[in-house]
Design a protein around this ligand. Structure first.
Ligand code: SF4
Length: 141
């Protein structure tokens, strides 16, 4: 599955959960709390394959899943540019000090494995929109 397809699938799953919570009159704060890893792995097992393994994607105490993936991630399944003989498919729009460009054969992808930026509750609160796709609309190039 390409990243574009993953984003579409994820948007559908995200919307379904938010719509369910809004129908129960959850506030913005309550929705953000609901997306905490510890709650999501119990209530929404199908949202992330790591829930079944009780494994967080990043080693941090309080991990929020609302902004997975990150709004700063830029990608193109067709490739963004050639860098020497390799093709770059993604990068970080804020050049986070904790992210890096990873080289995988002839492909270059943004490696976010050490960056926790989008998983902090305060960051989610600052960039919150009930419609996840609105937050991510600049990501696809
Ligand atoms: S490096 Fe961090 S801020 Fe940049 S795209 Fe990845 S998770 Fe987001």
């Amino acid at each position: 599955m390409g990243y574009t397809q993953w984003v579409q699938n994820h948007a559908n799953k995200h919307k379904k959960i938010v719509d369910k919570l809004l129908a129960k009159n959850y506030t913005k704060e309550q929705i953000i709390d609901y997306f905490d890893f510890e709650n999501m792995k119990i209530e929404e097992e199908g949202f992330c394959p790591l829930y079944a393994k009780n494994k967080k994607c990043h080693d941090m105490d309080s991990l929020n899943c609302y902004l997975c993936s990150c709004p700063n991630f830029r990608y193109s399944d067709r490739g963004i540019q050639k860098i020497e003989e390799k093709t770059q498919y993604s990068f970080c729009n804020i050049d986070s000090k904790d992210g890096k460009q990873g080289i995988y054969g002839d492909k270059i992808h943004q490696d976010c494995s050490k960056c926790s930026v989008p998983h902090h509750r305060e960051y989610v609160k600052k960039h919150f929109d009930y419609n996840w796709s609105n937050i991510m609309h600049d990501c696809a190039l």
